[in-house]
Design a protein around this ligand. Structure first.
Ligand code: ZN
Length: 208
């Protein structure tokens, strides 16, 4: 079993390779595929945004069987996301969960727009996403950030990552127990569309 810290190091190393444009032979060929037909042992769970520019396997330079990835617009946490994380943590003993937000996130921007100028015709389904992001954004709109759209969007992305990570830590008895007794770690990170760098900024253990 790969510990949360070891998993974090693997992701950091992979992102460095991605940023430096020196991707390793990414373990996506037939040999690797054949190794995985009977079992899998992903070393990290990633809850990321659906944005086409932020595929977890690519930005962390990982291959088949390495990451258990859940993608949903705005990297929000609803019951099905919690269930997916529980499944992987329990079945595969994966000990690291990364909530991965990113700069320029359309779901965050849509939520800011909706709060500033409510649209009547927004679909119910899209609204279900905006409603999950809203509690992170609303308090920021009550500060001076409302006059600075770029800073507002940046802080909103991070607030939303923190909210999702907190929700995973406290929204499931199973995950709480794995955190307390089995070394499960939930961390928050942000991917930069501009630089390709993933910055881990929340929930890190001391000196990690
Ligand atoms: Zn996004």
């Amino acid at each position: 079993m790969i510990s949360a810290r070891e998993a974090l190091d693997l992701l950091r190393d992979g992102n460095r390779r991605f940023v430096a444009d020196r991707k390793r032979d990414a373990r996506v060929g037939a040999t690797r595929r054949n190794e995985l037909t009977e079992r899998q042992e992903p070393f990290a769970i990633v809850l990321g945004c659906s944005d086409s520019r932020v595929p977890a396997e690519i930005v962390f330079d990982q291959g088949l069987g390495d990451l258990f990835v859940i993608r949903v617009a705005g990297n929000i946490v609803a019951p099905s996301q919690i269930g997916s994380v529980e499944f992987a943590a329990e079945q595969f003993h994966t000990r690291l969960v990364v909530v991965l937000g990113h700069s320029g996130c359309g779901a965050i921007e849509a939520t800011i727009d909706q709060l500033k100028r409510p649209v009547e015709k927004q679909s119910r389904n899209l609204r279900a996403i905006v409603d999950r992001v809203r509690p992170s954004v609303e308090p920021l709109l009550a500060t001076a950030l409302r006059h600075d759209p770029q800073a507002l969007a940046r802080d909103a992305v991070r607030a939303n990552v923190r909210a999702s990570a907190s929700h995973l830590r406290h929204g499931s008895e199973l995950l709480e127990q794995l955190i307390a007794a089995e070394g499960l770690l939930v961390v928050g990170a942000e991917y930069s569309l501009e630089t390709g760098v993933v910055e881990f900024f929340e929930g890190l253990p001391a000196e990690a």
